[in-house]
Design a binder for this molecule. Structure first.
Ligand code: ADP
Ligand code: TRP
Length: 320
């Protein structure tokens, strides 16, 4: 069983990224062969500031290592250190119908947000397919919003295999269970582009302010409440134990718990739950050479996989 996932270094990571993508990947640690990478080629579709790109790549690397990524057990790399992925993108483009890309919601959503239309933005799912198919992954853990892209990778794998013979494994998306869509402060999907995030390693004072801003309905303390219709509860349940979750759900239904109290409980969970990660992040931050070494070693392992796949694809398609 091989899994792969990637994340763009295009901003500060938040609880949505953690519970939707990072934690499901890290939880695979036992047994599966894991590949995780920082999608810097992808980030070029939106990031135009070279200094910011470098800082973001470093921060994503630190965030993953802080959250428990074990580089011995997970191949952790920077996408642009594996240039073979670009050649594979071209070979896959040959079998990619325009209509498949035209149907992608994410392209349309990005245009609606004012991101300029470019060939790279449009062809983004083909590059993503090369990431996935290049290491022959069986499963791709991502949040709900990336599901369609994994389906594109499946379609492209099937088209290529039908046209040129079996080269690629057909991957499955693995959507983060309870955390498929983590709500933000306003109840929409938590996303850096909606400015409704709680950052993973944000300043604690700022985090507290943000938690206090989470939108709820206007029920009084005494009124019974529906936990399943409450953003605050949706966030709390991600951080609480099963017993704590059930206990709070029962208190919601019975009435007598106020949103102010739940916000304090949620803040405490965030502060204490991520404290060990904060400490570990500090240790890696003081040792930048170690982070670079991890990424370089990961790239060497990923390149070996990509080279194997690329050679099979080149042969199948007639370049060799
Ligand atoms: P953002 O929406 O903040 O720009 P990205 O699109 O860079 O986040 O997402 C990176 C990864 O995190 C993807 O796998 C995505 O599905 C997951 N993810 C992002 N936000 C959420 C969320 N609110 N709930 C669940 N998963 C999420
Ligand atoms: N498109 C993904 C995102 O925006 C990042 C990504 C790039 C990715 N290549 C991937 C995710 C391959 C999973 C597999 O979050």
């Amino acid at each position: 069983m091989r899994i792969l996932s990637g994340i763009q270094p295009s901003g500060t990571l938040h609880l949505g990224n953690y519970f939707g993508m990072m934690k499901p990947c890290l939880d695979y640690q036992a047994g599966a062969e894991k590949f995780l990478f920082i999608a810097d080629y992808h980030a070029l579709t939106t990031v135009r500031d070279p200094a910011a790109l470098r800082v973001n790549v470093r921060n994503v690397a630190l965030d993953f290592l802080a959250c428990g990524l074990d580089p011995e057990r997970t191949v952790f790399y920077r996408q642009s250190d594996v240039p073979e992925v670009q050649e594979l993108t071209w070979l896959l483009s040959v079998v990619t119908p325009m209509g498949l890309l035209e149907r992608c919601h994410s392209y349309k959503d990005k245009l609606a947000k004012g991101i300029p239309a470019s060939h790279a933005l449009f062809a983004y799912p083909v590059l993503m397919s090369a990431d996935i198919l290049g290491v022959q992954s069986d499963a791709v853990p991502v949040g709900q919003d990336q599901k369609q892209h994994v389906e594109v990778a499946r379609d492209i794998a099937i088209k290529f295999n039908n046209a040129f013979g079996e080269v690629f494994k057909v991957p499955e998306p693995v959507i983060g269970g309870a955390a498929a869509v983590v709500p933000g402060l306003d109840g929409q999907k938590m996303s850096k582009s909606y400015h409704n995030t709680i950052d993973l390693f944000g300043d604690l004072k700022e985090t507290k302010k943000r938690v206090m801003r989470i939108v709820t309905d206007s029920k009084t303390v005494d009124e019974p409440k529906d936990p399943d219709a409450c953003n605050l509860f949706a966030l709390y349940r991600l951080l609480a134990s099963d017993a704590e979750r059930d206990d709070l759900a029962a208190r919601y239904r019975a009435g007598g718990v106020g949103y102010g109290e739940v916000k304090k409980m949620l803040f405490e969970k965030i502060a204490s739950g991520f404290e060990p990660f904060r400490r570990r992040r500090g240790e890696f931050e003081r040792d930048p050479g170690r982070v670079e070494d991890v990424l370089r070693a990961g790239a060497a392992r990923a390149r070996a996989e990509l080279k194997k796949t690329l050679q099979m694809a080149r042969q199948a398609i007639g370049l060799e």
